[in-house]
Structures are given as C-alpha cells and as structure tokens.
Design a protein. Structure first.
Ligand code: GLN
Length: 285
C-alpha cells in the first residue's frame, strides 16, 4: 500500500515535469534564469570565483568536480547507507539522479552532508555548487536561490498510530503534532491550531510518535511512507484537499544560469530516458 502511494506520486511527478516542460514553464523562476533578474553582481561573482582559490564552485571553474549539498536524513531521497551505498556512504533517489547529472556534465559529484537549514547558505557562500535534498520550491527560498525544473511532486502526509481518530488535517487542531524544523511541513502546520513540536529529523519525530509523546507527524509523502514502513503500527492519512502539491527541484546559487541550464538539460534527458521514474521505483519501500 505504501509502495502504491509512492508509485502514484512518482508518476504524478513525471506527468508534472512533462507538463511543465511542454508548457515551457520553469517552476524555479524561469524569468530569472534568462537574465531578467538584475543580478549583474551575481553573474560577475561566478566568473571570478575560481581565480581566487579554486575551491567552491567547481562548475564555474570548469573543474572536474561538482559539489552537491544535501541533508541525508530524508529517505528515500537521501540517506546514509552502510550496504552498497551509491557514493561514499550515501544513497537515495536524489543521489542517483545527481550522479547521472554529473555524468551528463562530465564531472564527478562530491557530496557535502549538512543540516537542512544550512543548505541554502552553503550555496550562497560557494561551499556547494548545487543543493538536492527533496527541497520544495517556495517563494521564500526563491529569494535566496534559483531552482531547476521540477523533478518530483510530493504532498504532506499525516503519520498516526493505527488506532488514531485523526482522519484529516482538520482533526489535528489542538493535537500534539511533530514536524521537522524548517521543512515545509513546519511552515504549513505553523498556520494551524495544532500544537507543534519541532524535531531535527523525521526519524526523531516518529520515535516520539511511537512512544506516545505526540499524536501525529506531518512530513513529505515519500519519507512518510518510508518511516511508516519501518515502524509497524503506524499508518498514513492523506488529505489531498488540505495539503497542496509541492515541487522538488535542484537549487543553484542565485544568478548561476550556466549551471542551472546544464542541470535542466540533464534532468530533461534523464526524464526522457525514464531514469527518474526508475529511481523512484528502485527506492520505494
Ligand atoms: N520537502 C521538504 C522541504 O523542502 C522537506 C525536505 C527535506 O527534509 N529534505 O522543506
């Protein structure tokens, strides 16, 4: 059942990406990337990065390495794995896609694992070249980064114990709800009457749910399925009317149009080849 949910969402993602590209629309601010964003100084910094130290933006220096920032606490998109990890000790859908993008760009991928809320800062300071972390495009985040085309569409989902009376998002009013700090679930639930506890990772929230300390956890659909699968007795409650679709995309430093275009082209190629859907299938639980 959980697998079905995942598959369904993955397919929705594929359709959404196709629709977006057919419509010629870029969810991550297409206008910006064509240079209408008056970011002269940003463009300039891309050109000078490499001459200073050679570190930071491998993409802009033409180096052989490109650095991806992520937060490997978000299975099935990125997680630390001990068995057969794809690279270093990391595995997941985003990692798999990133490695393919690296191949397309002719660069090797280096992974920098860090807290989710440090990711966009790391982009801005040039510590990483791009961020891929199941990151939802939001208006607020678009102020600080440019986003690629959408590669996956998700929704928030409620995780509850089997016997819970919670059947919809409205039922969460007045309930003790766990969210992850700074995630879109946090942003959305902050505007409701739920009593929130904010955790550093989804697994911690689910542990408190299992121990009866909170009534529910609200988190992205695929990680919710993954967390519920690992914890018997937990079920997912979907409320399509309450939670809007969220689009995952890859973030680059604001104004880094060159890398953004390369990433979009690579994503499109992977999409056309059915690779993204295949990774979704591979990592579903
Ligand atoms: N999609 C959610 C967000 O962007 C969660 C992402 C994550 O935890 N990696 O906030």
């Amino acid at each position: 059942m959980k697998g079905n949910l995942f598959t369904k969402l993955a397919l929705v993602a594929i359709c959404a990406v196709m629709a977006l590209s057919l419509a010629g629309c870029n969810s991550g601010g297409g206008e910006d990337s064509t240079g209408t964003n008056a970011g002269g100084e940003v463009v300039e910094s891309i050109g000078t990065d490499g001459s200073e130290s050679g570190e930071g933006s491998a993409a802009s220096t033409g180096g052989g390495e490109i650095i991806m920032g992520t937060n490997a606490e978000f299975a099935p998109f990125e997680f630390v794995a001990t068995e057969n990890p794809l690279i270093d000790n990391f595995d997941g859908i985003d990692i798999a896609i990133a490695l393919e993008i690296g191949k397309e760009l002719g660069k090797s991928i280096k992974i920098e694992n860090m807290p989710f809320d440090s990711l966009l800062v790391a982009l801005e300071t040039g510590k990483v070249d791009f961020v891929m972390a199941g990151m939802t495009v939001t208006e607020e985040r678009k102020q600080n980064a440019d986003f690629s085309n959408t590669y996956y569409v998700a929704k928030q989902v409620i995780i509850v114990p089997e016997a819970s009376e919670v059947k919809s998002a409205a039922d969460l009013n007045g309930k003790a709800v766990g969210v992850v700090l700074g995630y879109t679930g946090d942003m959305i639930m902050s505007e409701t009457e739920a009593v929130l506890t904010r955790y550093n990772k989804g697994a911690d929230a689910v542990m408190d749910l299992v121990n009866g300390k909170i009534d529910a956890v609200v988190i992205d659909s695929a990680p919710a399925a993954s967390l519920a699968a690992k914890n018997p007795g937990l079920v997912l409650v979907e409320d399509a009317a309450a939670f809007e679709n969220e689009e995952y995309a890859i973030a680059v430093k604001k104004g880094n149009t060159e890398l953004l275009n390369e990433i979009n082209a690579a994503l499109q190629k992977l999409q056309d080849a059915g690779a993204i859907e295949a990774f979704g299938q591979k990592y579903q639980e």
